[in-house]
Design a protein around this ligand. Structure first.
Ligand code: GLP
Length: 239
């Protein structure tokens, strides 16, 4: 709950400041929040729901990633998850909430269009992140280039195993995903990574204190000028 409240403070401050600052090049635009799926960011959405202010209804949101080939209506598609956990709770305007189109006829064009949509919105003000056991952020699995943009990736067996709990059988977990790249994530003005529990301790230590390496995609955040990592004691145990 304290992680959720801390993050909500930062986000609500940013939303409140937006009308007076605006974007340097594009005039006064809405606050743009980068949202993530997974259990780690849920306390943030709960805190924002508790502390809801009308200004939140005007923000835009961009999700990090999506499975490829899962219908939008599947309960575990990130379209559905973001709709349930973010759009509904924060009473956002659904037309301003974007999720990569993993069901597009032309996925490569959809990836390019996603990058353009982020730029057209003025860029992401704050990107919320979780971290996977493999050190992935978004679905940027190990070997992801630090300059990668939104693209299709193959999920590692480890990630498919981790996410099998959301599907009726492990075979149902898609093989591919569409994810903002590490370069896309590094372009966000602020980054807030949340990790809790002992299962995250090794990945957190590698990301925060290990060498910069595409084998731990989270280590790319060491290059970001304004990145905050929010941990409980268990996730911080190996620092
Ligand atoms: C998925 C998502 C990631 C998320 C990770 C960890 O792989 N694509 O964005 O960080 O799961 O999820 P959790 O927070 O539930 O541990």
């Amino acid at each position: 709950e304290s992680i959720g409240d801390y993050a909500a403070d930062v986000i609500l401050r940013g939303v409140a400041e937006r009308p007076s600052t605006g974007h340097m090049n594009t005039g006064h635009m809405n606050y743009v929040l980068g949202v993530a799926t997974g259990s780690s960011p849920l306390p943030i959405y709960e805190a924002l729901e508790r502390r809801w202010v009308p200004e939140l209804a005007a923000i835009s949101a961009f999700a990090l990633d999506e499975y490829v080939g899962l219908p939008y209506s599947h309960p575990e598609s990130y379209h559905s998850v973001i709709d349930r956990e973010v759009t509904t709770r924060l009473r956002l305007d659904p037309s301003k909430v974007h999720v990569p189109d993993g069901f597009a006829d032309d996925p490569v064009a959809a990836c390019l269009a996603y990058e353009t949509a982020i730029q057209d919105a003025g860029g992401i003000d704050l990107q919320i992140l979780g971290i996977g056991g493999s050190g992935h952020i978004g679905f940027n699995e190990p070997t992801s280039s630090f300059s990668s943009r939104t693209r299709i990736k193959t999920l590692t067996p480890e990630t498919r195993r981790d996410n099998a709990r959301f599907f009726s059988s492990p075979d149902e977990v898609p093989l591919h995903c569409m994810t903002q790249g590490l370069g896309t994530i590094l372009d966000a003005r602020k980054v807030l990574l949340v990790a809790t529990g002992e299962k995250k301790a090794a990945a957190v230590a590698r990301a925060v204190e290990g060498p910069l390496t595409s084998m731990c995609p989270g280590s790319a955040l060491q290059l970001h000028p304004d990145a905050t990592v929010l941990l409980d004691e268990a996730a911080a145990a190996e620092l």
